[in-house]
Design a protein around this ligand. Structure first.
Ligand SMILES: Cc1cc2nc3c(=O)[nH]c(=O)nc-3n(C[C@H](O)[C@H](O)[C@H](O)COP(=O)(O)OP(=O)(O)OC[C@H]3O[C@@H](n4cnc5c(N)ncnc54)[C@H](O)[C@@H]3O)c2cc1C
Length: 262
């Protein structure tokens, strides 16, 4: 359990940002991950009065406020009608509804967890994040950056006609994934994202004209296995993950060729 000296309900992003410049202060998301640690903070900065707990949808994109819960994202009707419903598919296997009702999008993406199902699926959708001072950056770039003192304000997902599929492997329901994989296809561009390697998700882009042949698919599999580093932890070895990566990747490509989603 973490401890704080003072709770601050932020009245503006500027105030929250200014307070967050001190390393002994902390932004609060759903606090589910913070609660797992034992850190001591001076000021805890709550963003929940800033109207960042809604998902806005217009003709071009979805804008997901950082205080939206994973459950809000999972059950959003507009998102479900796009990308073959892949977002809900990816989120539904994270622990249970109770956790997804508390965990926030901001806390999730800021943390850039190596096991994150959310990071993996959103990178395949070419999502971007809006930071208060740092502006908009692609999620793939954000995932590779070191965590800083900026505030993640929103996640942006363009409404393009991409097809997508997600799959992960867990030893038991509710456990952390041993490996996860998301694939999307927009015209001839295929995005392959592998997460829980066990490091942060990595994305590789491929261009394949028309329907990929078995030769094309084998070449994608070999590139992924050869250029994405896999590691060993308590959940599985690097060699095991390399084998899983091929299986999940092939399943996702097949699902897209059959019409999308897993
Ligand atoms: C037991 C357990 C099991 C889990 N299993 C999985 C799993 O299988 N798959 C998966 O994908 N995820 C899993 N998660 C992670 C979970 O989905 C959330 O990602 C995690 O709880 C962080 O979200 P939060 O809202 O609780 O963040 P918090 O704990 O509130 O914050 C985490 C960090 O983010 C910072 N932060 C919060 N919001 C912002 C913001 N807007 N801008 C800048 N910094 C911010 C905080 O200061 C803190 O450093 C698990 C979590 C737990 C506790």
């Amino acid at each position: 359990m973490f401890t704080i000296n003072q709770y601050v309900l932020a009245e503006s992003l500027e105030q929250a940002y200014a307070l967050n410049q001190s390393r002994i202060n902390v932004i609060l998301g759903g606090t589910l991950w913070l609660k797992m640690g034992r850190k001591k903070f001076n000021k805890a900065i709550d963003l929940s009065a800033l109207g960042l707990d809604t998902i806005e949808e217009d003709e071009d994109q979805f804008k997901i406020g950082c205080m939206c819960t994973l459950r809000q994202v999972e059950t959003h009707q507009g998102l479900d009608q796009h990308f073959d419903g892949v977002v809900a598919k990816a989120l539904e296997s994270i622990v249970g509804v109770q956790l997804r009702n508390g965990a926030t999008v901001g806390g999730t993406l800021y943390s850039r967890f190596g096991f994150s199902d959310v990071l993996t699926v959103l990178m395949a959708l070419d999502a971007s994040v809006e930071r208060y001072k740092g502006g908009i950056v692609s999620l793939a770039d954000y995932a590779a950056m070191r965590p800083d003192n900026d505030i993640l304000v929103r996640v942006l997902i363009k409404k393009d006609p991409r097809r997508a599929s997600y799959s992960c492997f867990r030893k038991s329901a509710g456990d952390f994934p041993v490996l996860n994989c998301a694939v999307s296809k927009l015209e001839d561009q295929w995005a392959v994202v592998i997460g829980a390697r066990p490091g942060r998700a990595r994305r590789i882009m491929f261009t394949v004209a028309g329907t990929p042949s078995e030769e094309n698919i084998q070449s994608i599999v070999e590139t992924v296995r050869g250029s994405i580093p896999f590691g060993t932890n308590l959940l599985g070895s690097a060699a095991y993950r390399r084998i899983l990566a091929e299986v999940l990747l092939r399943r996702n490509i097949e699902a897209i060729l059959m019409g999308g989603a897993q």
